[in-house]
Design a protein around this ligand. Sequence first.
Ligand code: HEM
Ligand code: HEM
Length: 181
Amino acid sequence: MSLRNTHNTYGAVAKLLHWVMAMMILGLICLGLYMTSEPDGDPKWALYDLHKTIGSGVFVLLVVRVVWRKISPPPGMPVTMGRLEQLAAHAGHAMLYLMMLALPVTGYLDSSYGGYHLSFFGLFDVPMIFDKDEVLLEFYAATHSYIAYGLIAVLAAHIGAALKHHFITKDDVLRRMTVGR
Ligand code: HEM
Ligand code: HEM
């Protein structure tokens, strides 16, 4: 398997980044929904720290992924897909990238305006550039939640589309992001 994407399939780097980030993000959604429903105290704040650390990891991998996508552009969509369908797929992927950026950014702003700390896997604390502000804390916490709910909806469509391609259209779309050709 080639490291780079080719004109009709994803390469190893794009596949690895897609699946590692997919696991992290699906985990963050479950963790986020669970931790916010816990009573204040132990283990809620430890789960918040875990959520924030993994979330900052998503940010770093996203930067790597976007740079790699410039170096090695993704394969074209199958010719069997109509113009409108291709447009919808591109728009969906663009939304996913935008949300993968907006969640760590609003999460960071939530931490900074809340006067909290943000540890990057216990290695160092990410500097907090804004002073504590209750109003902005509320605003970014709510925005973060709404974007996360939006992501769940877009992901339902994304995963549904992948399954439709595989089981109904029976094309290569799912296989070229997995171990097949
Ligand atoms: C792609 C990355 C991320 C995803 C998918 C994600 C997802 C979520 C979800 C689903 C919730 C629960 C929302 C609710 O029910 O109110 C949540 C809450 C939260 N997230 Fe994230 N998150 C991500 C990154 C981050 C990062 C990087 C930080 C901090 C640096 C962060 C900080 C928080 C905080 C503080 C809350 C609780 C907000 C509240 O108290 O209402 N998240 N996140
Ligand atoms: C079980 C879950 C998932 C499945 C089955 C799946 C499947 C796929 C498939 C088959 C493709 C290739 C589409 C094509 O060939 O044009 C793809 C691309 C993509 N997926 Fe997923 N995915 C999943 C989870 C996720 C998650 C959690 C995210 C992030 C929020 C995500 C973000 C993306 C993005 C941004 C692309 C476009 C890649 C590019 O061309 O730059 N996926 N996915």
